[in-house]
Design a protein around this ligand. Structure first.
Ligand SMILES: Cc1ncc(COP(=O)(O)O)c(C=O)c1O
Length: 356
């Protein structure tokens, strides 16, 4: 097995955690929370029982895993054999492409273009399905990097196509609980769907490494469990206990995430409006946006300059297969966003000046 390096994860470790960065717009989550601050539960049961109640799905359909990262691996390892075709969205979060590739799958990309507001390119997807007979289609919802959601009609159409052409759909929903209204789990829509998620992004509990996989298809559920038995067997008990408390307090934690986004995202909207050459598709919810930079700007060069001279960081679109874009996270709050964006404007002006 040839495990590819993950350029984005290497960059995060090397740059995004540096104490030299005062205005960090590179994060995709709310600030990290201390698990010991979670209120106790009055009648303890189990994290899986809480998950089932929270998402209103039967308990036996959940498998708890080590974060969404493990969900990605377990799902791909359980469903893909070398030579199988996996159709993966582009742009995307790098592991969604790299894990199937490392497992020997032939990865083919389906666009979610900025021009069509990051919805699925259905003509392309249907043509690829007919031509390449995929075993798995891989999508994020909400989409990383754009924060845009898949429309419910698209999910229904996807379920029908998956049934007719005999493939499965892996939906990475780690950002979906940023949604307004009650939490929803798209695994309920079709036994063809396998959903992976975690407490990292919306709940600020990445340190727990608590995630899950859900499917209504029992045979697939069994394959997932068998794959997991080759990795972790059981989840870490202290993490399960804290996850149970987090899920019991889930609605309060979601409300905090909402308040953060509601305060900080309008600052990004104003900046996009006021900055010549920049446009965006506003995210459906959540704590990041993915504006398109002025024509000809290389986001990597911009980010290197931001880090070197402006104590500021954002995630360059290059890591998501979109070099002319910048992912801007607002999780550190309004003040950091305001100052960080002002510095991005300065760096952009300098970069454009030096390119003349
Ligand atoms: C789409 C997506 N999936 C999975 C992950 C990793 O999540 P976790 O911390 O739950 O492993 C990330 C983190 O950035 C992500 O953006």
């Amino acid at each position: 097995m040839d495990f590819q390096p993950m350029a984005y994860l290497d960059w995060v470790r090397e740059h995004a955690l540096s104490p030299r960065i005062r205005f960090n717009l590179a994060a995709s989550a709310v600030p990290e929370r201390d698990p010991s601050s979670l209120p106790p539960v009055s009648s303890p049961s189990s994290a899986t029982a809480r998950l089932a109640a929270y998402y209103n799905m039967p308990e036996e359909m959940f498998l708890t895993v080590g974060g969404t990262s493990s969900a990605i691996y377990v799902i791909c390892a359980a469903l893909l054999s070398p030579g199988d075709v996996a159709i993966v969205e582009t742009p995307t979060y790098e592991p969604l492409r790299a894990v199937p590739e490392s497992l020997g799958a032939r990865v083919i990309r389906v666009p979610r273009p900025h021009e069509s507001a990051y919805s699925l390119d259905w003509d392309r997807l249907e043509a690829l399905v007919a031509r390449d007979r995929p075993r798995l289609v891989v999508l994020s919802d909400y989409h990383n990097p754009s924060g845009v959601g898949l429309a419910s009609e698209d999910l229904v159409r996807l379920a029908r196509l998956a049934h007719a052409a005999d493939f499965r759909v892996f939906l990475d929903t780690v950002y979906l609980d940023f949604c307004d209204g009650p939490v929803r789990c798209p695994a309920r829509l079709s036994p063809r769907f396998i959903v992976g998620s975690s407490l990292t992004k919306v709940y600020g509990l990445g340190s727990l490494r608590f995630g899950w996989v859900v499917t209504m298809d029992r045979a697939v559920g069994l394959r997932l469990r068998r794959a997991h038995d080759h990795m972790m067997v059981v989840h870490a008990r202290p993490s399960e206990e804290a996850a149970e408390r987090a899920l019991a307090a889930g609605e309060d934690l979601r409300a905090e995430a909402w308040a953060l986004a509601r305060e900080a995202m309008p600052i990004v909207a104003r900046w996009v409006d006021e900055t010549p050459g920049i446009d965006w598709v506003p995210p459906a919810a959540g704590v990041f946006a993915f504006p398109r930079l002025p024509r000809g700007t290389d986001a990597r060069a911009l980010v290197d300059l931001l880090e070197e001279r402006y104590e500021t960081l954002a995630a360059p679109g290059n890591f998501f297969d979109a070099p002319g874009y910048l992912r801007i996270g607002v999780g550190r709050g309004a003040e950091v966003v305001r100052e960080g964006l002002a510095r991005i404007s300065e760096a952009l002006a300098r970069l454009v000046g030096s390119n003349r």
